[in-house]
Design a binder for this molecule. Structure first.
Ligand code: ACO
Length: 326
């Protein structure tokens, strides 16, 4: 087979801010209970960024860990893509702030805004540079301070989200054009803007000039999530030329344990192959996939050479999936 350039994930890192907010603590703020939150979502706690921590600070910590895992330094980085929906400032892009804080040389840096699907979109975008030889060493980061978008009087949303960041170092690697190659083997990306009302923030620069709060019709989002994610998983597997059953590990966006289980059941995926961190991280939007990946690499579950499928759905609606051989 002919040689092809692949986008290979060579390092993964995650960062969670120090403060842990338990369900019990939230029950003192809104009319809810640990029992309700656990039963409906699987969430036990979430992390919250300190008041003086911006999303770029979380991103920088995750990036440092990913760089260490890859044996790289900031001087090696020529492309930074940050998936976030909670930037430090309206502009410049968080990616450029991360570039400055890490001390990376002049290169390409920009943000991707696809909410909870942001990391899947960012990784697929990075492939357009790395697998075309346009980047020798990329940082793909998902970082969020979702707690800053919460309406703390809305018990239907404020219990679901947390803060955190995760990062991949992505480098070009020569492959054979076969499914045994290391790297990003296939992906599927989707958006349906007609479903905006199901999940959005009611503020923005060009409308009311406010940061706004997250608004969601939770049960409708839930219904679409299982169907949409399942379709994207099958499409990404087909794009990679593999069967869904070939995958060693599934890393879903960590929104709700019932969504994770619903997708696994629909696709006949063994639940022991599904990485779940939703109990301790809650929904960290674009950060959830790389954070879950970092967790499962650190605890020894995910091994080099294994086939991993990541998937997500979020506001837009947007959704998608990627197949990666580590
Ligand atoms: N504590 C106690 N009661 C609550 C809470 C709470 N935190 N939140 C809602 N309720 C109440 C509601 O008021 C309602 O009460 P009522 O029957 O007296 O009116 C009752 O619980 C049922 O409300 P539903 O919204 O129908 O509850 P549901 O079983 O759908 O669970 C949930 C809600 C957890 C939000 C669920 O719909 C969900 O997880 N949806 C997916 C949304 C999601 O994860 N979005 C994240 C972004 S998109 C993504 O990442 C996939």
């Amino acid at each position: 087979m002919s040689k092809v350039l692949r986008s290979v994930v060579t390092g993964v890192g995650g960062y969670l801010p120090d403060e842990i907010v338990t369900n019990e603590a939230l029950a003192k703020v809104v009319d809810t209970s640990d029992e309700w939150i656990r039963e409906r979502t699987g969430i036990r706690q979430r992390h919250r960024a300190a008041p003086d921590q911006a999303v770029s600070d979380l991103a920088v910590e995750a990036a440092r860990r990913a760089l260490a895992a890859a044996g790289k330094t900031p001087a090696d980085i020529d492309l930074i893509i940050v998936a976030t929906t909670t930037p430090d400032l309206t502009f410049p892009a968080v990616a450029t702030i991360v570039q400055r804080k890490l001390g990376c040389p002049v290169g390409i840096a920009f943000d991707v805004q696809a909410v909870c699907s942001g990391f899947v979109y960012a990784l697929s975008t990075a492939d357009g540079f790395v697998a075309r030889g346009r980047s020798k060493c990329a940082l793909v980061i998902g970082a969020e301070t979702m707690t800053r978008l919460m309406d703390w009087t809305d018990r239907g949303t404020c219990v679901l989200f947390g803060d955190g960041a995760g990062a991949f170092v992505v480098e070009p690697g020569e492959g054979e054009g076969a499914i045994s190659d290391r790297g990003l083997l296939g992906f599927a990306l989707r958006a349906d803007g007609t479903k905006q009302d199901l999940l959005y923030v009611d503020g923005g620069v060009s409308t009311n000039g406010l940061v706004g709060h997250l608004r969601m019709q939770g049960n409708q989002v839930f219904r679409h999530a299982v169907v949409n994610i399942s379709e994207a998983v099958v499409a990404a597997a087909a794009d990679a030329g593999i069967a869904v059953s070939d995958v060693d590990w599934f890393i879903p966006h960590q929104a709700n344990q019932r969504i994770l289980e619903g997708v696994a059941k629909r696709l006949g995926i063994d639940e022991t192959k599904v990485v779940s961190t939703v109990a301790i991280h809650a929904n960290t939007s674009a950060a959830s996939i790389p954070l879950a990946m970092a967790t499962a690499i650190e605890d020894g579950r995910i091994q080099p050479g294994q086939l991993v499928l990541v998937e997500a759905m979020g506001g837009g609606l947007t959704w998608g999936a990627c197949v990666i051989r580590l």
